[in-house]
Write a protein that binds this ligand. Structure first.
Ligand code: NAG
Ligand code: NAG
Ligand code: NAG
Ligand code: NAG
Length: 361
């Protein structure tokens, strides 16, 4: 069945069109994750100082006693120097992109196997013992967030790392919990920005028909973390997830561009606030990396990747963010008869594109 007309009718995702556009690039030469020789599948950010390469920087010579400073102290100075020396239409930031720890949906996908997960189980809110709608962290996922917490504390103590000036979190429960466990209770350096995050819709996971991509309402999110700011305009109900259509890769990339556009060249995230933490998801971080021109680098649950980003404001229409349709995804209506590589619906349950669960939660 051709579903593009249906999906366009259901959800034509129209983005604002800017009169100017921001071009993003990744500045290489600073982090191991940018090197072709680094294997993402075995990379442990905690074992190699976040991947920061041991090297000298052009800005070192301005620092007295630079030999006694740590790599992270000198790197921060180098980033400040890049910003100081750049024209006002160019900005540098270090984004610390963190993936949430293991969630109940990750465990369930492993349990059911990916084909059966995608074509049936993921469209349910859970089974009789586990909930994966807007999945929470498993105990293993909480431990991964605590690994990140301990790692940040070690870098603060031993390397005098400059901690993030801003914290952004995706509105899904697993990212909220991960950021909470990672950053709450850190003994921050003197003068550091406090952990006062903002919850931003556009940094959420790629929106599929899986219920793990369906967020809770604003009232509930606020009740969990009452002191955290939720961005203006954040809707009470999740108006993006519908259980029928899914964001395409191109539509997600356009959204990721708009998400980044909210962080660069704005008053809130000023040029001098050059370190920004973003707690998000595997698919969304991959999409952001793609916008940034970074090589593909998939993160294990709980992992964090720093990226030095150069952003340049140029004149011209932002074609990357114009309206892009989503597509409907078919799924089974009862547990599938699976093979290892593909999903086969039971003969009594042919594929449909209607949600298996109520969409308003
Ligand atoms: C940098 O050097 C230190 C010791 O001087 C070492 O422990 C660390 O692993 C090195 N980092 C990288 C990324 O090579
Ligand atoms: C529900 O899913 C979990 C996987 O996350 C599994 O461990 C559990 O056995 C399932 N429960 C039932 C009743 O099938
Ligand atoms: C918000 O979500 C909570 C938890 O799912 C639910 O109990 C509550 O009724 C919802 N409130 C609104 C206004 O939708
Ligand atoms: C936030 O983290 C603290 C530990 O730092 C924990 O005690 C608390 O329960 C967490 N809050 C939520 C809502 O998960």
């Amino acid at each position: 069945m051709k579903l593009s007309a249906l999906s366009q009718a259901l959800l034509g995702f129209t983005a604002s069109v800017h009169a100017s556009t921001i071009q993003y690039s990744t500045v290489t030469g600073y982090f191991l994750q940018d090197e072709a020789s680094t294997d993402p599948s075995t990379f442990d950010y905690t074992a190699v100082n976040f991947g920061l390469i041991n090297r000298t920087y052009p800005a070192d010579k301005e620092l007295k006693h630079h030999q006694s400073l740590t790599q992270w102290e000198r790197f921060y100075h180098q980033v400040q120097k890049l910003n100081d020396d750049s024209p006002c239409n160019v900005e540098y930031k270090v984004l610390f992109l963190g993936r949430h720890g293991n969630g109940w949906h990750n465990s369930a996908e492993t349990y059911y196997g990916t084909p059966a997960w995608n074509c049936y189980w993921a469209e349910l809110n859970g089974n009789s013992t586990v909930t994966w709608f807007d999945a929470a962290l498993t105990p293993a996922g909480e431990d991964q967030a605590l690994v990140a917490h301990n790692f940040w504390q070690r870098l603060i103590n031993e390397q005098h790392i400059h901690t993030p000036d801003n914290y952004i979190i995706s509105p899904l429960i697993r990212t909220l919990q991960t950021a909470n466990l990672t950053f709450n209770g850190l003994d921050l350096p003197h003068g550091a920005a406090p952990f006062a995050p903002v919850i931003k819709e556009l940094f959420r996971e790629g929106i599929s028909i899986h219920t793990c991509d369906h967020r809770h309402n604003k009232t509930y999110i606020h009740s969990l973390f009452p002191s955290w700011r939720i961005e203006p305009g954040f809707t009470e109900q999740d108006e993006l997830w519908n259980g029928v259509t899914a964001e395409t890769t191109a539509a997600q990339k356009a959204r990721s561009t708009r998400a980044l556009d909210e962080v660069f060249f704005t008053e809130e995230y000023s040029k001098k606030n050059s370190y920004v933490s973003v707690t998000s998801h595997s698919g969304e971080i991959a999409s952001i990396l793609s916008v940034l021109g970074h090589r593909r680098f998939s993160l294990n649950t709980g992992a964090v990747i720093p990226v030095l980003v150069r952003a340049e404001h140029v004149k011209g229409e932002n074609t990357a963010t114009s309206s892009l349709p989503w597509t409907a995804s078919a799924h089974c209506t009862s547990p599938p008869v699976t093979s290892v590589s593909a999903c086969v619906c039971a003969s009594s349950a042919s594929p449909v594109t209607t949600p298996l669960v109520a969409t308003g939660i």
